[in-house]
Design a protein around this ligand. Sequence first.
Ligand code: PGA
Ligand code: ZN
Length: 431
Amino acid sequence: MREVDEFTIKFVRGIQVLDSRGDPTVEVTVVTEAGGMGRAIAPAGASRGRLEAVDLRDGGKDYRGRGVLRAVEAVNKYIAPAIIGMNSFMYRNVDRKIIELDGTENKARLGGNACTATSLAVINAAADTAGLPLFQFIGGSRARTLPVPLMNVINGGAHAGNKLSIQEFMIAPVGADTFHDAIKIAVEVYKTLKELLKATYGASAINVGDEGGFAPPMTSTRDALQALYKAVSVAGYEPGSDVYFALDAAASHFYDPSEKKYLIDERKLKPLELVEYYIDIINEYPVKLIEDPFSEDHPEYFKMLRSKVRGKVLIIGDDLTVTRASRISKFISEEIIDGAIIKVNQVGTFSEAEDSIRVLLRNDRKAIVSHRSGDSEDVTIAHIAVGFETGLIKTGAPARSERTSKYNELLRIEDYLGGDAIYSGKNAFLR
Ligand code: PGA
Ligand code: ZN
């Protein structure tokens, strides 16, 4: 083990780089006394929850207002002098310092982007100083479970220009013994889906959206689920056994508060009708997980749906829970959710995301570590998923380097663990 002094943060530098959408974002590099180096890039969401940490953007003309030079300045001028000299091994103290320095509920002062990139760079630097892969710095030598990837292969909602209300149609390759076999199944299904969509809708249907999924000109949820079902079958796998389906409805984004109705499949449904709608779909297709089935202002309907599908389908919060441990605890005790999406930049520091993961796992709920629709080559989330052995990760289709970078890192981790690696498989969905 290294001397404590060697973990001392010696250098912190933020710069402006680009995310996968071509938007500016914050990258931070941290170096410790021992020369350990950590680097992280903040991702950015497009379909955000109202209570998320907010990114600092410059406004004005440059980069059409999307620049992050103010956030970069927050890193270099305010955060850096405050955390240089602190012990990166005790990353929770560093995060607390950042939280205090910001002093707001939603990181509005320093920027969620500045805080996220710095916090993640610090743990990466600490792991490097310890000479450990990040997942082992987080989880010790016990950490050896590879997560089931929830892969978004058909895009709708805020991520696509089609008429699908549901934002994400995901496949979960559970019927594999190893992570690399799971990737093989997913890629075969993805390529088959591509062929089928091209044959049905023409070549423009196979252009990919922000998360690498296809955005075919479909109009109904059932069209998308039917396409998935067919793709899995034609690829030679069994839907519901080898491959589960999962949905991120992101329903806040198709709820019309003036009419108090959800706009889906070119119909307007009352919340209770939407409950029935989901139940029908669950009976027709092997959908095993639904994220944000209702607006973030309708936890009572999450609860109602959950009570009717319990044991069969996991009901997960994202815009509802925004990676805040206090909200997650509340919704667990009120029996509203089976789990939550974990996005470090929704809350702004690794420690706060860690608190959320721990609350979930302690209560036998699911923690699904997730990318954002605007992401980068940063692979920290792959390590977070293995480090805490969450069993589930959500990081897009098996296409586009900002998505495959996470899958490739998980393949590396599996290889590094050798015979010790376990693939979470169907267990990830049990409750
Ligand atoms: P976002 O969407 O990254 O665009 O916010 C992802 C999600 O809703 O899960
Ligand atoms: Zn979501």
